[in-house]
Design a protein around this ligand. Sequence first.
Ligand SMILES: [Fe+2]
Length: 198
Amino acid sequence: MNRRHFLRAMSTVSIAVPILTACGSNGNSKRVPESSKPPAGSPVAVPAVSFAHGVASGDPLDDRVILWTRLTPDEASIESIHVLCEVAEDPAFEHIVLAENLITGPERDYTVKIDAAGLMSERHYWYRFSVGPRQSPVGRALTLPMPGQYAKHLRFAVCSCSSYPHGYFSVYRMIANRTDLDFVLHLGDYIYEYGEGE
Ligand SMILES: [Fe+2]
């Protein structure tokens, strides 16, 4: 089992009840109608959550990319939470190409992961998660070129071994604000956390 197959197997654990995946056979996207979203007043309770861990994307192929977030519920005892994941062609989400309803809970530490498929190659997409009226930050992802094709250029930001008590991390904000980067590559440890003076 390679890494992608592993990730895909893991992602199926969290994916439940896809409500709509709209992508035309000719590759043109269709807009997801508002009526396809879970109706207001549905019997499913909508807990209060925040998205304190932000969002992330990675491991792209030419037609898909892994999307991730983690919920922070206001109440620790919540068993399951329905999360809507939306992928759009534009940052304003006027052209949504994928919307899936997912379930997460304490058994996976309220993380959400989806292999968002049916995308076009070498395209930027914007994605977000929502639980009722609470929405995550919007992330931006990029799919790979078709097999046998090559990107015209690739620009990486490289990070390594971040020691939280010893550094300044404004560089992450600077990386996030740049729009000309294709990948953020972490070499070494993602972050070290020590107590004061260690
Ligand atoms: Fe390290």
